[in-house]
Write a protein that binds this ligand. Structure first.
Ligand code: ATR
Length: 272
């Protein structure tokens, strides 16, 4: 029987995961089937268990089920634990194992594909939601000079910092960013989904080498537009992160790390 994998989310019709994993499988000579499942708000857990019963070996999880997938698992990686969310599951010897590769995928894209190692850099991350939770641990392990989390709701940022006290992790209000310089700025808010701009001070991006927008396929978002106006040399959207997190899951399931470059090239949409 062919090994089966799937992505589950709601809505799921725009997902690129079957395409990405299909390309990985082809390029690495692996036999597998990867499908997309429209999740049910009432029956998500039953759908996962059914997929496992039918011979499924692993799943990717997307919105809005990452937290429920994490809770359904009976083994969890540290990354998933801090994120309190799973974006990948593996069915292994009667266990459901939860992982979260979103943060490591983002980090790999920034460091390897975009050539901007975080080490000794000043890094600003906008937002304190699920996406940021997933990124914090890998980001801190990359040894930045400072990692600043800015969010409108300070209670949320504070809760995050209290969970992960680290000498180089700092939280900030947007207005306190005035006059500070950062090398790498990541927009991990959901502002771009509604074409909004996080309330950044006018000069906040002026010194940055890289402005990274997590939302993929939204073109030149207000954040990227501002970065371009302020002369940031490199603008990126989340396409590389999408492909890199998929590669991590593929390697976790199959024991083979696929090449990501050509897949990223195929999925890249011009920002203009
Ligand atoms: P995700 O899982 O995608 O991170 P989330 O958990 O709903 O989504 O978090 C959304 C994040 O985007 C939050 O940090 C939110 O900021 P607040 O906590 O201050 O509300 C942030 N966000 C959404 N719209 C925003 C906007 N227009 N400006 C700045 N931040 C915004």
């Amino acid at each position: 029987m062919i090994d089966r994998y799937a992505v589950i989310g709601r809505p799921i019709n725009h997902t690129k995961s079957p395409l990405i994993h299909g390309l990985f499988a082809q390029a690495s000579g692996q036999q597998l089937e990867y499908t997309a499942i429209e999740g049910s708000l009432d029956a998500f857990e039953a759908q996962v268990l059914q997929f496992r019963r039918e011979g499924g070996q692993g799943m990717n999880i997307t919105a809005p089920f990452k937290l429920r997938a994490f809770e359904l698992a009976d083994r969890r990686s540290d990354r998933a634990q801090l994120a309190r969310a799973a974006n990948a599951l593996k069915f292994e010897g009667g266990h459901i194992v939860a992982e979260n590769f979103d943060g490591i995928g983002l980090l790999r894209d920034i460091e390897e594909n975009l050539g901007q190692p975080l080490r000794d850099r000043r890094v600003l991350v906008l937002g304190a939601g699920g996406a940021v939770r997933g990124a914090l641990l890998p980001f801190l392990q990359a040894d930045p000079a400072e990692l600043v989390i800015a969010n409108r709701d300070m209670a949320k940022a504070l809760a995050l910092r209290n969970e992960l006290e680290h000498p180089r992790l700092r939280i900030s209000r947007y207005e306190e960013l005035e006059g500070q310089a950062f090398d790498i700025v990541v927009n991990a808010t959901s502002a771009s989904l509604s074409a909004e701009l996080p309330p950044l001070p006018a000069d906040a991006l002026g010194q940055a080498r890289l402005a990274y927008e997590l939302a993929y396929g939204k073109g030149l978002t207000p954040f990227l537009r501002l970065a371009r106006e302020q002369g940031v040399a490199r603008l990126a959207d989340g396409v590389g992160m999408l492909v890199e997190q998929a590669a991590e899951a593929f390697a976790w399931w199959r024991g083979v790390r696929p090449d990501t470059r050509s897949v990223i090239d195929q999925l890249t949409i011009a920002l203009e």
